[in-house]
Unconditional design. Structure first.
Length: 182
């Protein structure tokens, strides 16, 4: 059955980093109550959830967890409407691994939903506002603290985006090269 879904990765972070990101999002991200801090790997689309979940499971078994450090912050115009966001940007090696994962997720049943018109930028959103200049100032103020954030993306999660808050449907551990307890 087709559902309005997305695929995200929730970062595993230290308690201090998690609290800092959660506090920033609570103050500055209008979506903070809808979904926890995450990297979007597949943008919302209508697709057969069972088929997507099966493809995710296969892909996750051949993908290693992705360790990352934040290398900067950036204010970015909203790709789907007005306003802007503040992104935490992972380091270049993690960014490459996240982009590869994104590309692989779009190779199967999700291929028709790939947005070639929007460049994929691996990130964790921590703020959103109507004014781009406000986001730019916030990004600059967050930059020094953001550089100490370290974490791992260890699973990918199929979510139902029509529920509020967003509901996880299927979680797949990234397990290539790691021991798994099944």
């Amino acid at each position: 059955m087709a559902a309005r879904i997305a695929i995200v990765a929730f970062p595993a972070l230290s308690i201090d980093d998690q609290q800092w990101i959660d506090e920033m999002r609570a103050r500055h991200d209008p979506h903070a109550r809808l979904i926890d801090a995450h990297a979007t790997l597949v943008f919302p689309c209508t697709a057969p959830a069972d088929t997507v979940a099966a493809e995710m499971l296969t892909l996750a078994a051949t993908t290693s967890p992705i360790a990352f450090g934040i290398s900067g912050t950036r204010a970015v115009s909203d790709a789907f409407g007005s306003g802007a966001h503040v992104f935490l940007l992972p380091d270049s090696s993690a960014s490459a691994a996240i982009t590869e994962l994104h590309d692989r997720l779009y190779q199967g049943v999700l291929r028709p939903h790939l947005r070639d018109d929007i460049p994929f930028v691996p990130h964790i959103t921590v703020a959103g506002a109507a004014d781009h200049d406000d986001c730019r100032a916030l990004a600059e103020s967050l930059h020094p603290r953001s550089l100490s954030v370290r974490g791992t993306f260890a699973e990918i999660v199929l979510v139902d985006v029509d529920t509020m808050p967003v509901t996880p449907l299927v979680r797949c551990r990234l397990s290539r090269g790691t021991a798994s307890a099944g």
